[in-house]
Design a protein around this ligand. Structure first.
Ligand code: ATR
Length: 279
């Protein structure tokens, strides 16, 4: 890759950041669309985060993605927030424009675009959605489903008070239920989403009897290592449409790339294969 003096620059701020797939993902699009630009891994310690963001803006960067552990600090630092970043309470995308820093959160839209693409008959019914987990990822999913007009969302978390607080804060038909009641919660559901780390390589599997889940309900796992989690394998075996977590990662990157590099990129099978390949 040879850059001109006018190259457009962006990157991902995290600590650590070496595991991030974002440089590979944006690098694929930059090359594919023949853009004079670069997207860099930017390891930044938490205590240096704000100074680093200001330095990037001073250096003429177009913006940056923000990952663990900086998403809340980015929310505090932004001069303005998109409605979805405000609702989610965290920022994963910064856009530098006219000396100001705009904070966005594209995790929810990435989740929803991936769901619509991977489960073409979505929504299969007007039944409730079931969301497992009440952490940062769950917030993005809940806001996306609420804003898409899903009338009822059943939220189940190991620590129930966390789910209750989140349901009260976000409103819009979100109801907290007991974690132990997850088999019954699946009755009449149109969607099941796992936002916990259960099922991830090295973590325990998510134990869940899917018997009550309607066969047309989409089953989505935000975990993408492994790509086919035990939950997705069980759902596939009984004929439910499944949606894996890699798609969300790819779709959440679209708005940032479009804002920084001026091209609305496509999520394609070739991109998926490239991001999955080691390297
Ligand atoms: P993320 O940003 O990925 O959502 P997080 O904010 O740390 O990560 O949230 C992790 C979620 O996974 C939480 O809902 C957590 O439940 P608690 O609130 O009870 O901690 C859930 N989780 C993690 N390990 C779990 C386990 N072994 N069993 C059930 N839920 C688990």
């Amino acid at each position: 890759m040879i850059l001109s003096g006018k190259a457009k620059l962006a990157g991902v701020l995290g600590w650590p950041v070496g595991h991030s797939r974002s440089p590979r993902l944006h690098g694929f699009w930059l090359e594919h669309y023949g853009i004079d630009g670069a997207y860099l891994p930017l390891p930044v310690r938490p205590e240096r985060f704000k100074a680093a963001v200001r330095a990037l803006a001073d250096l003429g960067f177009r913006g940056a993605n923000v990952t663990v552990p900086h998403k809340l600090a980015a929310h505090e630092l932004a001069d303005s927030l998109t409605g979805r970043a405000e609702a989610i309470g965290a920022v994963n995308t910064l856009v530098f424009e006219d000396g100001r820093i705009r904070g966005d959160n594209t995790d929810g839209i990435g989740f929803y675009e991936n769901l619509r693409t991977a489960a073409p008959r979505w929504p299969p019914s007007d039944g409730p959605a079931v969301v497992l987990g009440a952490g940062g990822a769950a917030r993005a999913v809940l806001v996306a489903l609420r804003d898409a007009g899903v009338p009822e969302i059943r939220l189940l978390n190991r620590t129930r008070p966390t789910a209750e607080r989140l349901a009260a804060e976000l409103g819009g038909g979100i109801r907290a239920l007991d974690w132990e009641r997850r088999p019954e919660a699946l009755a009449e559901a149109c969607l099941l989403v796992n936002t916990t780390s259960l099922g991830m390589t090295g973590q325990p599997a998510l134990e869940l009897d899917l018997a009550a889940l309607p066969r047309e309900a989409a089953v989505c796992d935000l975990v993408y290592a492994p790509l086919t989690t035990p939950l997705l394998a069980a759902a596939e075996a009984r004929g439910n449409p499944t949606v894996d977590g890699l798609g969300m990662l790819l779709h959440q990157a679209v708005p940032g790339f479009a804002a920084w590099f001026g091209v609305e990129p496509q999520v394609t099978p070739a991109l998926r294969a490239f991001v999955l390949a080691p390297g």
